[in-house]
Design a binder for this molecule. Structure first.
Ligand code: PLP
Length: 374
């Protein structure tokens, strides 16, 4: 049977290597994984309690309208429920929005080194991805995006603009002033949506970072995506949240699977979003971990990019494949950033303090073993 070349050339998203596989392959007992930007504290205890009780209801289908979850988010974020929906992780929301808004042959626009799922979902829908170049220091460049939209002969194909803010794998962000400037030009375009993927927003501590969520009435093309996978510690459950104008929510709800967010996930999300202590602790552990990484990376003379997320990208100054292999042998799973075209960059998620120290200790050993590229 003939299959589209877009499908045949798809490279599946490569998740972090599982701990059990690494233990088996390298004959290790102690293995730590700082490869998937997960919350090292585990799930919110309030979510665990709520899920335990909800197990009794598993014979029922979940609520396809996510009533409790939507009511809570509406209250917390001061938005009407007709501007809200949910997905099986924010990944599903990305996928569905592309299927809703892009015909095969049309396009999305994002920046180089942006979260790779946009391109994968686009390609699966036979939709092209245009990338604008980064500025120095892996910074996203909204002026380059604006220029593309104003001058490229292909700009008319672009239906969706994906802006991961903060971005994965670089950890960089776009300042509010630049976002505002971009939105003043394109935020009311009736033929395009600007999708702010804010998976890491709770971790951002830069003073000039801001979400456009409060400005959605001023900018009708703005869409915001959030997730419960990071600061709320529920990556395994798959809950993403979509904030968008009512007409976008309406189309999204028609295309998504009816029961896309399961009952346990909905109940856990409601509890986790109310667990303010857990959120505060997640932020604290993350910021302390990042500061520790910065200090150690400076001592090791490895350039890094300051991060607004729960990981840091750094330059190993060595072949990152070799560094990765040597770390795996020592029981440390990090993420070499090869699928973004970088040859020496590694991404390290923040773990518990003990895990962070173990990773740094093993990294130091590996740097001794593998000489730097001069
Ligand atoms: C920038 C960004 N967006 C979206 C996601 C997807 O998150 P999820 O599907 O778990 O909500 C991730 C996951 O790592 C991410 O880094």
């Amino acid at each position: 049977m003939k299959v589209s070349s877009d499908i045949l050339s798809l490279v599946p998203y490569k998740p972090g290597k599982p701990i059990s596989e690494t233990q088996r392959e390298y004959g290790l007992t102690k293995v730590i994984k700082l490869a998937s930007n997960e919350n090292p504290l585990g799930p919110s205890p309030m979510a665990v309690e709520a899920m335990t009780q909800a197990l009794q209801n598993l014979h029922r289908y979940p609520d396809p309208a996510f009533y409790e979850l939507m009511q809570l988010v509406s209250k917390q974020w001061r938005l009407p429920t007709n501007m809200l929906s949910a997905g099986n992780g924010s990944n599903e929301i990305i996928d569905v929005l592309i299927r809703v808004y892009c015909e095969p042959g049309e396009a999305i626009l994002t920046t180089e080194a942006a979260f790779i799922a946009y391109q994968i979902c686009a390609q699966a829908a036979r939709v092209k991805t245009y990338f604008t170049p980064l500025k120095s220091g892996f910074q996203m460049d909204l002026t380059a995006m604006a220029n593309f939209l104003k001058t490229s002969p292909d700009a008319y194909k672009v239906k969706l603009i994906f802006l991961p803010n903060p971005n994965n794998p670089t950890g960089t962000y776009v300042k509010w002033e630049e976002v505002k400037n971009f939105l003043d030009q394109f935020g009311s375009d009736p033929d395009r949506l600007i999708i702010f993927d804010e998976a890491y927003t709770e971790y951002a501590r830069a003073k000039d970072y801001r979400s456009p969520m409060e400005d959605m009435s001023k900018y009708p093309s703005v869409v915001v995506i959030r997730t419960l996978s990071k600061a709320y510690g529920l990556a395994g459950l798959r809950v993403g949240l979509l904030v968008a104008p009512p007409h976008v929510i309406d189309l999204y709800n028609r295309v998504r699977n009816t029961f896309n967010v399961n009952e346990i996930a909905q109940v856990a999300a409601v509890a986790a979003l109310q667990d303010a202590d857990f959120l505060r602790k997640s932020q604290q552990v993350n910021w302390e971990g990042l500061d520790y990484f910065y200090e150690e990376l400076r001592k090791m003379n490895l350039p890094f990019v300051e991060s607004q997320a729960n990981f840091v990208m750094f330059d190993t100054r060595r072949d990152v494949v070799k560094v990765n292999e040597a770390l795996l042998k020592r029981g440390v799973i990090l993420r070499p950033i090869l699928n973004y075209g970088f040859k020496t960059q590694m991404r390290m998620s923040v773990g518990l303090p003990e895990e962070n120290r173990f990773a740094i200790e093993k990294l130091r050993e590996v740097l001794q073993e593998i000489p730097a590229i001069t």
